[in-house]
Design a protein around this ligand. Structure first.
Ligand code: FAD
Length: 394
């Protein structure tokens, strides 16, 4: 997907990273000469559960998603079963819980949608260095991959968890308790159980294991915050064996692929200036309780694209204003230190949830958790989820 552009040209905006954040940012720019760069050509693999949570009004709020929706292959789920370290806690049913998509396909469709715009071009370019210089009293940035150089007035940093743009803004690496490390298997098999399974605190580690039904079978993964006692490979294989033993997945399956990746759990300190805006994982905007990040990447990308399109004045102030509501939605990410969620906190929480669930009014706690972390009805009157009623079962 290379547009054969001359990289000696100067751009109004260079977007680093063509994941959901970068492609959405590009889609929402107008009347600006925009270049999206990515170190990979597309399509490319990205370690991800690919779960698009339904309580977000994707089609109403993200025009680029609406345009690719019909072409996108996905598998829909309606129910989730929650466990605490192998102990079943509750089952929750919804009108629609989520769509599982392949990031290989999803990210390529989003990038293609952005490239339909005449002002947007793509270049395979592995950013290594950024240099700031003054030209006629104005800041201009030189981006280099070690060979070629690109000049631009504004940068949108959408280059994921290990963002070089974020480092340029002075942000330090995330500490070990500020990110989750995940590993997952794509398995091919016959599908019998169509529930999503989420196993929190697997083997007393902070994080969770998940089983998502996919088009060809299941995705089985595990994510852990902080340094685990054993290797992630060990936990993933153990979790896979347990899932099969409990018949959450069939006894017979073929492991198609294995992926690993990290995701940030804390918004970085400096996420914007008047020339540089970070979004998505580069900014650290991921839901603290679940690690959900695709929606927030796209919403922050939209905010970045719109901010630069609207005007070149007060960029930092206007971007912050657009981004603030997302902070609340991701559960106060910049303000809540992930450290407070200790294994004891979660153990007590889920045990109370399990016990309460035996009483008629007892599922308040489980419902509260579901609404905070996973799914709640939409406040938009035109939303399919406006009248959502969550059913909690035992
Ligand atoms: C295992 C795992 C499972 C997950 N499951 C889910 C889920 O089910 N649902 C959900 O909502 N979220 C999930 N997430 C989180 C989600 O994947 C991220 O929040 C989301 O991908 C963020 O999008 P982004 O565009 O900000 O970054 P990315 O998707 O990471 O895209 C960044 C892009 O920048 C490019 N790039 C990086 N460095 C450079 C460079 N130097 N030069 C040029 N290009 C560069 C990369 O190649 C990449 O294409 C999961 C994450 C992991 C790790």
């Amino acid at each position: 997907m290379n547009n054969n552009i001359k990289n000696t040209e100067k751009y109004d905006v260079v977007i680093v990273g063509a994941g959901p954040a970068g492609s959405t940012a590009a889609f929402y720019t107008e009347n600006l000469k925009v270049l999206i760069v990515d170190k990979f050509d597309f399509p490319r693999h990205k370690a991800c559960g690919g779960g698009l949570m339904s309580s977000k009004d994707w089609s109403l709020e993200l025009e680029n998603y609406k345009r690719i929706k019909d072409e996108l292959k996905s598998f829909s789920c309606k129910s989730i079963k929650m466990y605490w370290n192998k102990m079943f806690v509750a089952k929750c049913d919804f009108k629609h819980l989520f769509d599982q998509v392949s990031r290989y396909e999803f990210d390529e469709l989003l990038l293609k949608e952005a490239l339909k715009k005449e002002n947007v071009k793509f270049l395979k370019f592995d950013l290594q260095m950024i240099e700031k210089k003054k030209l006629n009293g104005k800041d201009v940035f030189k981006l280099s991959d070690g060979q070629a150089e690109i000049e631009t007035d504004y940068i949108i940093g959408a280059d994921g968890m290990h963002s070089k743009v974020s480092k340029f803004l002075g942000n330090k690496n995330h500490k070990r308790h500020q990110f989750g490390y995940c590993m997952e298997y794509e398995i091919n098999c016959e599908k019998k159980d169509l529930n999503v399974h989420v196993v929190a605190g697997y083997k007393w580690e902070i994080g969770y294991g998940w089983i998502f039904p996919t088009l060809n079978g299941y995705q089985v993964g595990i994510g852990i915050i902080r340094k685990p006692r054993k290797s992630l490979n060990y936990y993933l294989d153990d979790f896979l064996a347990w899932s099969s033993e409990k018949e959450l997945i069939p006894k017979e399956y073929v492991i198609e692929k294995r992926f690993g990746g990290a995701l940030p759990l804390k918004v970085v300190k400096n996420y914007c200036t008047d020339n540089i805006l970070l979004c998505g994982d580069a900014m650290g905007l991921v839901k603290l309780l679940t690690g959900e990040g695709i929606y927030y990447a796209m919403k922050s990308g939209k905010a970045a694209g719109q901010t630069l399109t609207e005007s070149q004045k007060d960029i930092k102030k206007r971007y912050k204003k657009k981004i603030k509501p997302l902070f609340w939605d991701t559960f106060l990410t910049p303000y809540v230190p992930p450290k407070i969620f200790t294994i004891t906190f979660w153990s007590v929480f889920f045990h109370i949830g399990k016990i309460w669930n035996y009483f008629p009014i007892g599922n308040i706690l489980v419902k509260f958790f579901i609404k905070m972390a996973i799914h709640r009805k939409s406040s938009r009157k035109d939303s399919y989820y406006h009248d959502e009623k969550i059913k909690i079962g035992k």
